[in-house]
Design a protein around this ligand. Structure first.
Ligand code: ATP
Length: 226
């Protein structure tokens, strides 16, 4: 069953269409990669889905079982390409804070924080200041903040592009575990990332979807640029 249907989605900047008429669906429980070169329109697409950027035209509709969505941020977890943290906070303080921003009660935020810290492997670092975290730890904290309110859809913008091989492996393993319980959409430049964890692939180029389908279908038609 589809969780999300996107039709005719566009974002225009002056005379340039960053996203130029997207039509696709995301099925509940699937892990979907949004693949494409620099400037293809991946970030713009994710930001529109996350409710952070207003589309110029087109529609984003959620399955009726999700109910009326007033603010997509209630049901989406979003990890931006360069997440911003408060370095003077501990990981635990930060997640509690984000949980309460997502309308969890203080008690729920505390309990969800404890759960996600374990889930992303940061339990032992929970009380340390974020400023002292490594790049890989920050990426896992970014994932934790996107998961703290139990989103229906987890979206990540190039979650592994900036990581070294060990950090990349850790985050891909985490995605593999999270996908057992959450629908996922993440962007990447490289088909190889998608091949490791995804079911379906959307390939974007110049603001449009060039190829879409399950991994096997897409593998036959696409050569990764990197
Ligand atoms: P990358 O892999 O480099 O992050 P991307 O696929 O995420 O690329 P976008 O960041 O969505 O691509 O950008 C798509 C196009 O829209 C690019 O040509 C970009 O220059 C343009 N663009 C994005 N944001 C703006 C903006 N605020 N104003 C004008 N043009 C923009």
């Amino acid at each position: 069953m589809e969780l999300l249907t996107v039709s005719g989605l566009r974002k225009q900047y002056g005379s340039h269409a960053a996203v130029n008429g997207l039509d696709f669906q995301i099925q509940t429980g699937r892990c979907v990669a949004l693949l494409g070169p620099n400037g293809a329109g991946k970030t713009t697409t994710l930001r529109m889905l996350a409710g952070l950027l207003k589309p110029s035209s087109g529609q984003i509709s959620w399955n009726e079982q999700v109910g009326h969505v007033r603010d997509p941020r209630q049901i989406i977890g979003y990890l931006p390409q360069m997440p911003v943290f408060y370095p003077w906070m501990s990981g635990q303080e930060f997640l509690n804070y984000v949980g309460q921003l997502a309308n969890l009660s203080a008690k729920e935020a505390e309990s969800r924080t404890a759960d996600v810290l374990v889930q992303v492997g940061l339990k032992d670092a929970a009380k340390r200041k974020i400023g002292g975290y490594s790049g890989g730890m920050k990426q896992r904290l970014g994932l934790a903040q996107a998961l703290v309110h139990r989103p229906k859809l987890l979206m990540m913008d190039e979650p592994v592009s900036a990581l070294d091989p060990i950090g990349r492996r850790e985050v891909l393993d985490l995605i593999q575990a999270i996908r057992q319980e959450t629908t996922i959409l993440f962007s990447t430049h490289v088909l190889h990332d998608a091949e490791e964890v995804c079911d379906d692939v959307l390939i974007m180029n110049k603001g449009q979807i060039a190829i879409k389908g399950d991994l096997n279908t897409v593998r036959k038609e696409y050569q990764s640029p990197v």
